[in-house]
Design a protein around this ligand. Structure first.
Ligand code: 5RP
Length: 225
């Protein structure tokens, strides 16, 4: 199977998981990226079964609206029942690296505000240890060089993602070679650097359910309690 076929299969598995839980007033959180796009497209067929969605990017909002799925501002909804999104890496504790698509801050806000977070990915994303994928960090533009120097002190090699401006008007540093053996601690350390808006470690709020697509089917991993 190609990677696209694996992503398609996991998007369908996510729909199969979510569909029985949909009610007229259900608000879904919807992520960003190619896997999330496939989920959005499959969601179009059941749009009459739920109320609408909160999107983690302008691109996903546009795609949802294109299917006639109502898109809400997070401030106008009381709660999000289920958030579905991809990831760049996951470990077996369902701690993630996200932000390859530069949508990490809105993704983290939606994850925090959601009752359940379902992460969907192909098997290449499940890793024994986080960090081969460079960690995206969203920074306020004027703080870019200062934050980069602080990230070097944490052992990382930050690279400015040239030409990318986030939906929030900020910049991205991709940090290589970090030691992510204790993800929660590093997530908090990076968030404490003045000028950092958010970093792509999802360890304080990991996924609750991880669906991993393999040529032999989709495997389920539940967050250890
Ligand atoms: C966007 C993300 C995506 O979930 C992540 O980059 C995975 O993308 P894809 O499904 O295209 O592999 O975090 O900010």
């Amino acid at each position: 199977m190609t990677q696209n076929e694996l992503k398609q299969a996991v998007a369908q598995a996510a729909l199969d998981t979510v569909r029985p839980k949909l009610e007229r007033d259900t608000i879904l959180g919807i992520g960003t990226g190619s896997t999330a796009n496939m989920f959005i497209d499959s969601l179009a067929g059941v749009k009459q079964l739920f109320d609408g969605a909160v999107a983690s990017s302008e691109a996903s909002a546009d795609r949802l609206k294109g299917h006639g799925i109502p898109v809400y501002d997070l401030n106008s909804v009381n709660s999000i029942q289920i958030y579905i999104d991809g990831a760049d890496e996951s470990n077996s504790a369902l701690e993630l690296i996200k932000g390859g698509g530069a949508a990490l801050t809105r993704e983290k806000i939606i994850a925090a505000a959601s009752d359940q977070f379902i992460c969907i990915a192909d098997e290449s994303k499940l890793v024994p240890r986080l960090g081969a994928f460079p960690l995206p960090v969203e920074v306020i533009p004027m703080a870019r060089s200062y934050v980069a120097r602080e990230l070097v002190k944490l052992g990382g090699d930050p690279v400015y993602r040239s030409g990318v401006v986030t939906d929030n008007g900020n910049l991205i540093l991709d940090v290589h070679n970090l030691d992510i053996s204790v993800a929660i601690t590093l997530e908090e350390q990076i968030n404490n650097i003045t000028g950092v808006v958010c970093n792509g470690l999802f360890a304080v709020r990991p996924a609750d359910l991880l669906l991993i697509s393999t040529p032999n089917g989709v495997q389920e991993f539940h967050r250890p309690r």
